[in-house]
Design a protein around this ligand. Sequence first.
Ligand SMILES: [Mg+2]
Length: 123
Amino acid sequence: MMFFVIFVYLNFKRMNDIDAIQAELRKFNQERDWDQFHNGKDLAVAISIEAGELLEAFLWKSPEDAKVEKVREELADVLNFAFQMADRYGLNIKEIMLAKIRKNAEKYPVDKAKGSAKKYNEF
Ligand SMILES: [Mg+2]
């Protein structure tokens, strides 16, 4: 038993943060037999609903009046479902996010985009 605990601990320490979060989410869902509900469509719907709940934190308020606890809760929900979506499709979160940042850097070159809120096709 002790060896198993040490093995699990060392394995957990070896994981990066993203892997650790996904492992925790997998365990959470497996324990509840919820994987059956987490198809791509329902995960996309869940992300959108949680994003709506995040918006609720700001509804009828100025941005600075939103409660950070509500933002924290709903942002975590969005991220948890997004991480599960990546897991479902076998997508590497670090890889896809860095690729998207590079793509956006090309769409929004600093000389054109700096200080501007215009969309890339409006430059
Ligand atoms: Mg929520």
